[in-house]
Design a protein around this ligand. Structure first.
Ligand code: ADP
Ligand code: MG
Length: 612
């Protein structure tokens, strides 16, 4: 018995299922593989149909070159591909696919139908496969092209099936895949249908800008500029990059492609953030659609089965090239090429020839921080409070390590009662951003922006819990354009938004009309705020809803409602702010964030001046 070998070679269909485990995580991964095949087949029209977020049905139809009868059978074999022949080909890839695993994998974990025709005779071949076994094959009448259908994904792998999320989530991932492929192939028309309803209709376009307008909105496009840089040694970076003022709370709008392939690479991601360094506030991400072209022997795409990752031969060089290109372009004085004006107004009238690179003088960059809004939460100033204070405060903090960071929570314990901030001696404002106060012998620096944010947050939270966020109808509704996922999130959470004081009405396609906003935010840039909130909400399930993300959303709202840094406050306004700080219930759940106050003790100051 011991002589018998314990090791067995696995049968073909099990091998395919194992491979499928790597390639197919969810419906979106199937769509990615199928669209890549259609693109490789030279299609210029691709239709994706889904049922139940793709869990029930995925069907991709293209008008590409198709396959003949033999190839229809062959393509389902593991490692069957028409795209490479030799090992060297791996480093000179011109196609998106090359591993020859996708179809075999997908067919092993679904009820699979493939129909293809490679000639103009109207005769195609159809094959039905179930869990990797061929059930039926026959000739069918069809035009040149290919149709691939995968029903009941993971029907034979219940354990994997359990990992599928609810329909809307899976649909979101699928739409993401289509979005990315569509961005990198503007000349191909794409349609996405879900349960028979059209979700995306993208006609063939002349270029990236038109595609970006169609997918992400014309408003967004108008805040982007063209980038086109060659390093003279075979590397080329091109695409559209957003002004720093166009930013998001998540990195989901950083679209990067390497040699035409959507890649989410750490090095590239980092280099982009480096390019925007000092231009974005912490926690904010730019909007970019960037293509890096690099000699195929300088990058290895065969690193991961889904080809989502790459390995660069000269990582640092790629990083620095991207970062420097962006930095140069984003410099206010840089000569940049904005998106052509006619494109902003009406995309379809675009002239076909791209403008020569780096010729047009850039518009003056919008300031990073918006114009301050009128101070909210104005409280009546007690008579006589307008005390004269020396506004010219000396730059106190030379060695910032000497500053002790004290959270407001800690302070509250010392304060005894709610008169702490208003009882401080107000000395003046420093750098239009900090209130200098004296507490006994200590010097306090209060960040006016952080303080206002905190006050705004607490007050919003309180009104929300009482169901009393006051709403103000806008005289003219503001029109918003959102990408597919954010749009879905808004539709799904309309009720929640109403509780927050927003009335957002779907207006067909990716358009929405913002009809009312919370009273508090009337003077703010609410379009931007809604985009941010939608991004937050995207990450919640509908079952959990707003409550899960309440703090994050209220922080966003508070940010938009308050005094910014760089705003001169007169002593009356400063005092009012201190008094409001006293009214805040800091025992309530505090938003994660920056400290409101820093304390510098007399001994520390004396030490700085070598006194004892
Ligand atoms: P790969 O794309 O890595 O070659 P796949 O398993 O995805 O592997 O596909 C196997 C082969 O089937 C491809 O190389 C191609 O020749 C053929 N094929 C797949 N999809 C299509 C399609 N939509 N149109 C034409 N040929 C296709
Ligand atoms: Mg493929």
């Amino acid at each position: 018995m011991n002589n018998q070998s314990r090791i067995k070679i696995l049968d073909e269909s099990l091998c395919n299922q194992i491979a499928a485990g790597e390639v197919v995580e969810r419906p979106a991964s199937v769509i990615k593989e199928l669209i890549e095949n259609s693109i490789d087949a030279g299609a210029d029209e691709i239709i994706v149909e889904l049922e139940s977020g793709g869990c029930k049905l995925i069907r991709v139809t293209d008008n590409g070159q198709g396959m003949n009868r033999q190839d229809v059978f062959l393509c389902l074999e593991r490692h069957s591909t028409s795209k490479i022949r030799r090992a060297e080909d791996l480093f000179a890839l011109t196609t998106l696919g090359f591993r020859g695993e996708a179809l075999a994998s997908i067919a092993s974990i679904s009820r699979f139908r493939l129909r293809s025709c490679a000639a103009d005779d109207g005769l195609g071949q159809e094959i039905l496969v179930e869990g990797g076994k061929v059930r039926k094959a026959e000739e069918v009448g069809m035009a040149r092209g290919t149709l691939v259908e995968a029903r009941n994904l993971f029907f034979n792998l219940p354990a994997r099936r359990k990992f599928l999320r609810r329909e809307q989530t899976e649909l979101g991932h699928c739409a993401d895949v289509v979005t990315k492929q569509a961005l990198s192939h503007p000349a191909i028309s794409f349609r996405l249908l879900h349960n028979g309803r059209s979700m995306l209709e993208l006609r063939r376009e002349k270029g990236l800008a038109e595609r970006v307008a169609a997918l992400l909105g014309r408003t967004l496009l108008s805040e982007m500029q063209v980038l086109e840089v060659n390093d003279g040694a075979g590397m080329r970076l091109h695409g559209l990059i957003g002004q720093p003022t166009l930013n998001r709370s998540a990195s989901s709008h950083i679209y990067t492609f390497i040699n035409g392939r959507y890649i989410r690479d750490r090095v590239v991601q980092h280099s982009i953030m480096d390019g925007y360094r000092h231009l974005l506030m912490k926690g904010r991400f730019p909007v970019v659609v960037l293509f890096l072209e690099i000699a195929s022997d300088k990058v290895d795409v065969n690193v991961h089965p889904t080809k989502h990752e790459v390995r660069f031969r000269e990582q640092a060089m790629v990083h620095d090239f991207i970062a420097a290109s962006l930095q140069h372009q984003l410099k206010p004085a840089a000569r940049v090429q904005p998106v052509p004006r006619e494109l902003r107004a009406e995309v379809s009238h675009l002239s076909p020839s791209p403008a020569p690179r780096m010729t047009v003088e850039s518009q003056v960059q919008a300031p990073l921080i918006r114009e301050p809004v009128a101070p909210a939460y104005h409280s009546p100033v007690p008579p006589g409070a307008a005390e004269e204070a020396s506004a010219e405060a000396a730059p106190v903090v030379e060695d910032s390590s000497a500053v002790t960071s004290i959270g407001v929570e800690a302070t509250r314990q010392q304060e005894g009662q709610n008169r702490y901030y208003s009882s401080l001696r107000y000395l003046g404002q420093y750098h239009n951003s900090y209130l200098l106060c004296q507490d006994g012998d200590d010097l306090l620096l209060i960040d006016q922006h952080a303080a206002h944010e905190r006050i705004g947050f607490e007050s919003l939270k309180e009104s929300f819990s009482r169901g009393e966020i006051e709403q103000q109808c806008l005289l003219f509704p503001e029109m918003l354009e959102l990408d597919f996922r954010s749009g879905q999130a808004l539709k799904e959470h309309r009720g929640d938004l109403a509780r927050l004081g927003f009335d957002v009405e779907p207006f067909g396609g990716k358009s929405f009309a913002l009809k009312a906003v919370p009273q508090l935010l009337v003077s703010g840039d609410n379009g931007r705020l809604i985009v941010d909130i939608a991004l937050e909400l995207e990450q919640t399930g509908s079952s959990s809803g707003l409550i899960d993300k309440l703090d994050e959303v209220l922080i966003l709202m508070a940010c938009h409602s308050v005094i910014r840094a760089n705003q001169a406050l007169d002593p009356r306004e400063a005092r009012a702010l201190l008094e409001q700080l006293d009214r805040v219930d800091f025992n309530a759940n505090c938003p994660p964030g920056r400290p409101v106050m820093q304390r510098l003790q007399l001994v520390e100051i004396e030490r700085m001046f070598r006194r004892h």
